[in-house]
Design a binder for this molecule. Sequence first.
Ligand code: SF4
Length: 156
Amino acid sequence: MMCTDCCVFGDYNETPLIFYWEVETLRNKARSVGASIDIEPYLSVEDAEGIFTYIYRWKIQGRCPFLLNGKCIIHEDKPLSCRIFPLIADIESSRIYVSGRCRWVREHKELISPSSIPEVFDEFELAVKIIGMVSKFIEISKNNGWRIIIHGRKDA
Ligand code: SF4
């Protein structure tokens, strides 16, 4: 039986972050399975014209609607946050951490250290790209004088 720990959520802070270009795909996929997704702004910028949200938080409580029979039914289209799991890209601190929600991680703690993470996890390269992409966006926003809004963390 496949492990599906990563697709069942209890901690709000570990629910997936969704880039703005991923939102429509996710909504369409949800419609196709008769589900709805609940997203809220996470990182936005404001200029004289208004507010633009770059990253959303996908508020999944419990089981992801795309988890069926132990499989992700949108595997080809799943968001970047899902692709890098069990790594989590912490946007606010620009750090990558390993989620203890992953059973494999819990069972192989002896293999995981800050220096071993790039070798142990194939997902590391993509996680670094994500952090770099967001850092660049924030840098551009600051250079343009746009107000950066982090919508805040909530307790689970
Ligand atoms: S989209 Fe797929 S990989 Fe991501 S949480 Fe849902 S079932 Fe899991």
